[in-house]
Structure formats: C-alpha cells, structure tokens
Design a protein around this ligand. Structure first.
Ligand SMILES: Nc1ncnc2c1ncn2[C@@H]1O[C@H](COP(=O)(O)OP(=O)(O)OP(=O)(O)O)[C@@H](O)[C@H]1O
Length: 256
C-alpha cells in the first residue's frame, strides 16, 4: 500500500533522509522511531506531498508521489507534529472547510464530525462557539486528528499524535488506530513514546541520520539484538550509551 524507493531529501549539504526503501502493506501499524533530527518528520512530509524529495520516489495506493500528487493526497490523512490550524476559525468551521476541500457532501460531513466529537468527548458548543486559537492543546489535537480522518483515507500518517492528549483520550486513540488497521488501513506512527509504540505497533522502523537501522516486529527486534526492551534497543542503536553517567556529570554542574 505504501512503497518507498530510495526516498532521499537533502537540505543544502545536509542529508536528512538517505535512500529509504521499504514497503508497508494494508492493515499494518508501523512505528517510525529515531532520535531528534533523524529524519522522521521529513520522511512523513515527503510522503504527504509537503516536501519534494531530492531523489527517489514513493507510491501510495499505487499512485506515484511525483507523477500523481493529487491522487496521493486523496489517499492519505496526516496529523503533523505542529498541530497547526487556522486559529481564527471555530472547530466546526475548520472541519467543514477540510470536508469541503475533500469534496465530502455537507450532510455526510456533519454526520462524520458528530461521530468524531462523540468519540473524543468534545462538546458541540465548544466546536461551534470557540475559535481554535482559544482551544487547549489537547482539544486542538483532537480536531486535527478528526480532520485527518474525515475523508476516510486508506493510509494515515501520525507524527506524535498523543502529544497533548489526556490519558483517557490517549487510550481511546490507541484503540482507534488498532480498529482502523483491522479495517485495512496502513498506519505510520512516529513517536518518542517507546512503550506505546511497543504495545501498539506491528512493526518498528528505527532511523538514524536519515538511514534505516532496523526493521521488524518489536518482539523480534528485542530478541534479535538481545535487548531488555525496545527502549534499551533504541538507546544502544542511536548513540545513547552512558546516559546515566552523562546525566550525573550534567547535574554536578549545578552543585554550589
Ligand atoms: N526545512 C528545513 N530546512 C533545513 N533543514 C531542515 C528542514 N527540515 C528539517 N531539516 C533538518 O533535517 C534533519 C531531520 O529533521 P526532521 O525534522 O525530519 O527530524 P525528526 O526525526 O522528525 O526529529 P524530531 O524527533 O526532533 O522531531 C534535521 O537535521 C533538521 O534540522
């Protein structure tokens, strides 16, 4: 359903994403992990048409990213880590605008929006009366997730989706993506919350400096590398050795 073929992005002389090649079938939840600056967001931005690759390409639902960008956009939903929205619209205005852009008829859009606000426990009054600029971070996140799923895309990319969600909403969200995957959607989930990734994802990709380091199920990878957990595997692969000693040395600098 998603196929990357040597997907690459340079920013000047810096290689942010370095010849990534992989395939993701329908119904799979894939965790995209990597340290800060590894190239995760850049990869997702290329796959959603927000950044043009320097070389390589990808196909999504059979559509080539470079040759067929509009078809690709129809097939994907994206929750970016920025959570940026039009702050001077109400939540409902924003969602209706997104629905109109995807060509969803107004009545069907209202019904879908109603289902999402019930799921996320948002009040309809908040959605109609308050401008998005006045929403809390978590409320805004719920609206952005709703917007990404409104057109029922077969492929969904989430960049740190739990950021700002309270514990109840996070539990609901995890159940939601597992249900979406069972219905056949391919889901790519970029996050730093490793224990959630370990529990929710069928497959984990760890990238570092734009290159794919490992690819497999969490249990497989942990066993293969003789690690105690995904977190330990992650720190050993991505240069996090000696973190406790470094923390102690750093804390010492605050001593009088
Ligand atoms: N628009 C840009 N212009 C120049 N450099 C960029 C741009 N966007 C990203 N980069 C660089 O590309 C590299 C990869 O960044 P990216 O945002 O993809 O990392 P990330 O894995 O998502 O990191 P984080 O976990 O911190 O969000 C970084 O070194 C970053 O500074």
């Amino acid at each position: 359903m998603i196929s990357l073929q040597r997907l690459t992005k340079h920013f000047g002389s810096q290689v942010a994403v370095d010849a990534l090649s992989l395939d993701i079938p329908a119904g799979q939840i894939v965790g995209l992990l990597g340290p800060n600056g590894a190239g995760k967001s850049t990869t997702l931005k290329m796959l959603t048409g927000l950044l043009v690759p320097t070389s390589g390409t990808a196909t999504i639902c059979g559509h080539d990213l470079l040759k067929d960008p509009m078809e690709v956009k129809r097939c994907v939903g994206f929750v970016p880590d920025s959570g940026a929205v039009f702050e001077s619209l109400t939540g409902l205005e924003y969602l209706e605008m997104v629905a109109a852009l995807y060509g969803i008829p107004a009545e069907a859009a209202r019904e879908r929006i109603r289902q999402f606000i019930a799921f996320f426990d948002l009040s309809f009054d908040t959605l109609t009366d308050k401008l998005l600029g006045a929403y809390s971070k978590g409320m805004r996140r719920k609206v952005v997730i709703t917007a990404a799923l409104l057109h029922n895309p077969p492929v969904v990319f989430f960049d740190e989706p739990l950021d700002g969600l309270d514990a109840n909403a996070a539990v609901g969200f995890k159940a939601l993506i597992q249900t979406l995957a069972r219905e056949g959607k391919a889901i790519v989930y970029s996050s730093h919350i490793l224990d959630v990734v370990e529990r929710v994802c069928d497959r984990v990709l760890i990238i570092d400096k734009g290159r794919l380091q490992v690819d497999g199920s969490p249990a497989e990878l942990v066993a293969l590398h003789g690690a105690r957990s995904l977190e330990q595997l992650f720190t050993s692969l991505t240069g996090g050795d000696d973190l406790e000693r470094k923390a102690e040395d750093f804390a010492k600098t605050f001593r009088p």
